[in-house]
Design a protein. Structure first.
Lengths: 348, 348
């Protein structure tokens, strides 16, 4: 079992960063959330001149036994097909990563398909999909811990290549069901309020999904005390690996960008293991997946985008990344009132 | 007086664009507002493969007589100082335009300062600031029409250089006061609900600004019938020029990106002249300036960003521009279900 040693966000430069932001040629606070991000990234990197180096998007793919219970309108085969689409460069996340200059890494965390030696796929298969958690834990505890460790190793390897900002995304038919159960048990919000339409269930499909997940929750009778047990019970392989990657990234003081509902469920698990992780996170967007807002509220975080995305893959991260660049850039490049010869407020 | 001949958005390719978007390898609607923008830009450009060419940000700067009445915590001199900051490359809009690859054009629409032959400043001065509209119209009607024509000429010149997307921003101490009055008269919303803190008024300052603007509204007793008269009465030179630039851009079927509260007040005026203009607009962000939400609601538009910006200069446009790029890119670059060999919905 991998232990993670997270530090609280170092605040040594907090006041100096606030002061630097205050002197920029703009009304105070006029850059809104970008100012908070500039401060956060400066504190994470312990510098008044932060930089974003070799940003990388880690997309973990895995299959879910619960998909056999009709919780998604798409067949399980789509997970593997989409992995091949990622590798061919044709998915939304490919387009957006190319646009914003993020390196894309695709990890097979446990897809129910035996890939040939696919160019570019990072092999980390924990199995051919999880067990159906309707009647059994999704994975054994030792497998869960191994997945966390594997995810951590993948993140650390990327950080060792010089990346200091990691986006975390996923692909897995059925994984909103895992995320909903993780949310319900770990936040004590009733499961019905944690369920959404996923890839596009209609009303009957949504009611069916809610019923099935209610049965799963009732069957396992877990409480929030042991996040590892909750993760092993409901989690996908890709979610466990995301938890490990997130914890390792924060441990090594990377900037961590969190995508939508499933990635937020992973950070919820990670925050139950190490609450300090949230200080290293930038939340990319509010997903259209219904329970995401409540989950963000629970974590007391405000994401950058709210444009109706509900695709996963890390697409929200890639689309929000230019805003984080903007935060770093204004901190580094804007003139100060003094250097630009701008008059101060009349009442200042 | 310049007459503008706008066409309604050509819908010939509407169904073909919807179909193309529908075939992309993602659940339907999963890219949220980006899908609507892909459709809109495709219709504007009349193609299934739209492109964004030489995007340009036009920042119009002007001074306002009302600034003498204590409606801003900053002295009027800041307008000219910030223009020099733009020209030196040190303002937020410089940073963000550089980041996203937008060309920045700074226009002196009527700053209360005689600039030397400043490198890069586009001269279009209509006067050394407007008259104080507390007791007189801000400008004569013929000057207002000349400013509209000048703004149109500047936009057309940029379009003739190959730009097909224009962002419209502004700088002018006191111009939230103009925008508030334009909004109140043209939307019939009481002035008190159209006033915000601008560059950062405290409660007393806000109450004083509201009182002064109420007096101005009561003095002029205008109704919404004649948008030109309302514009000449309350508008800044830069706002009149923005109206002209916006109308010319839409006339020539450019994609038009609208910044914050003042730019939205300008598009309100433009929409009273030619309602079809809204079909060519993408609204960049919801400003933290309080009345902006009500103005966006009045126009029935939903902006892309909501991150607490209240800086103007076009900063919201530059920060939102990568999302528009993302919309165009996914339309052009994503694989289709068929080309990628992805299974369709079980119920499809």
């Amino acid at each position: 079992m991998t232990h993670f040693e997270l530090s609280p966000l170092n605040q040594d430069l907090h006041d100096a960063l606030v002061h630097k932001i205050k002197l920029k040629t703009k009304p105070q606070g006029a850059l809104g959330q970008l100012e908070a991000i500039a401060l956060q990234v400066g504190c994470i990197q312990q510098t008044l001149t932060p930089t974003l180096i070799n940003p990388a998007m880690l997309v973990f793919a895995g299959d879910h036994g619960i998909a056999q219970s009709g919780v998604s309108p798409y067949p399980q085969a789509v997970t593997a097909q989409m992995v091949l689409n990622f590798l061919a460069g044709g998915a939304a996340i490919n387009v957006f990563c190319r646009q914003v200059g993020m390196q894309l890494l695709v990890i097979d965390a446990g897809v129910n398909h035996t890939f040939a030696n696919e160019m570019g796929l990072i092999p980390a298969k924990m199995g051919l999909g999880t067990a159906n958690f309707l009647h059994a834990p999704a994975m054994r505890m030792d497998v869960c811990h191994a997945a966390i460790t594997k995810g951590a190793d993948i993140a650390k390897k990327q950080l060792s290549r010089g990346s200091n900002v990691l986006g975390i995304g996923e692909m897995g038919i059925g994984n909103t069901s895992s995320a909903s159960c993780l949310m319900s048990v770990l936040t004590s919000v009733p499961i019905a309020q944690c369920v959404g339409r996923g890839t596009g269930l209609d009303d009957v499909g949504l009611a069916n999904k809610t019923l099935i997940l209610s049965q799963a929750i009732a069957y396992h009778k877990l409480n929030a005390d042991d996040p590892y047990l909750v993760l092993a019970t409901f989690g996908g392989f890709e979610i466990a690996m995301m938890v490990g990657a997130m914890l390792a990234a924060a441990e090594q003081k990377a900037v961590l960008m969190i995508d939508g509902f499933i990635a937020t469920a992973a950070i919820l698990v990670a925050s139950k293991i190490q609450p300090m992780i949230l200080e290293y996170c930038i939340f990319a967007h509010r997903s259209d997946e219904r329970p995401h807002q409540a989950l963000l509220d629970y974590l007391r975080v405000k994401p950058l985008l709210d444009i109706g995305l509900r695709l996963g893959e890390g697409t929200g991260v890639a689309l929000a990344y230019p805003l984080v660049q903007g935060a770093v850039n204004f901190l580094n490049e804007m003139a100060s009132f003094e250097s630009a010869g701008i008059s101060k407020r009349v009442d200042a």
